[in-house]
Ligand binder design. Structure first.
Ligand code: SF4
Ligand code: FES
Length: 244
């Protein structure tokens, strides 16, 4: 099969040098077998422009740091084969998050804020006994919690979300998935009513307009709409009880 010559148009802008305006820079690269966007970007940086900024750590869809906009759709660079893309590939940084430079954004601050807002830790009055036996948990329940825990905080669902793009304080699918994780966990003693105080708003569970891009694009295939439906049901019940 003939080797393709790929054309990349890559967003370039460094907020530290605002005098150079944002632009798309064109690069060309011969496609190789099994090439991912991660490989292509590294080759472009090594062979053509050492100043190109993008993020990666694991190369294996584990760390969540390489998410970018690929021909308009958010996705992981290390998981995307050039073979599945047309000859021309336009790469942009994820929207919503603070731009570090070129394709690199700061998802860390956003997710730390999310964890603080949702108080994403087990709330309990129980004193931890280091010497005591482990609390047992049924496998199906542990599996349900694990399902939500698989989030790698890549930001794809946030970048793909119309509400998150319009409303800076929207928790988004990643946030609602986090809430679902603690609602399911019996070790967390917060009542649904207490959780409602945090997410029972338009910035929380009622801001989703159901376009489902998060569910379609999550690279970990977390069933985000099902998680959202679970949280919504709990919150609607908590709201009804509050009214009585
Ligand atoms: S829920 Fe999925 S798309 Fe969203 S941050 Fe987590 S892994 Fe990424
Ligand atoms: S480099 Fe870690 S998810 Fe892509």
């Amino acid at each position: 099969m003939a080797q393709r010559l790929l054309t990349f148009e890559i967003f370039r802008y460094n907020p530290a040098s605002p005098e150079i305006l944002p632009r798309l820079q064109e690069f060309h690269l011969e496609e190789t077998q099994g090439m991912t966007l991660f490989i292509a970007l590294n080759r472009l940086r090594e062979e053509q422009d050492p100043s190109l900024m993008f993020d990666f750590v694991c190369r294996a869809a584990v760390c969540g740091s390489c998410a970018i906009l690929i021909n308009g759709r958010p996705g992981l660079a290390c998981k995307t084969l050039t073979h599945d893309l047309p000859d021309k590939i336009v790469l942009m940084p994820l929207p919503v998050f603070k731009l570090v430079g070129d394709l690199s954004v700061d998802t860390g601050v956003w997710f730390r804020h999310l964890n603080e807002r949702t108080e994403a830790w087990i709330h309990t009055d129980k004193i931890f006994d280091r010497q005591g036996p482990e609390d047992r948990m049924d496998n199906p329940l542990a599996h349900q919690i694990y399902e939500a825990e698989r989030c790698i905080e890549c930001g794809t669902c946030i970048a793909a979300c119309a509400t998150a793009n319009m409303r800076a304080d929207f928790l988004g699918a990643a946030g609602l998935n986090r809430i679902a994780r603690f609602l399911i966990d019996p070790r967390d003693e917060r009542s649904p009513r207490q959780v409602f105080e945090v997410v029972g708003t338009d910035e929380g569970v009622f801001g989703c307009v159901g376009l489902m891009a998060c569910d379609d694009l999550c690279p970990m295939e977390i069933p985000l709409q099902a998680q959202l439906a679970h949280v919504r049901r709990k919150m609607a019940l908590a709201a009804l009880r509050k009214k009585k």
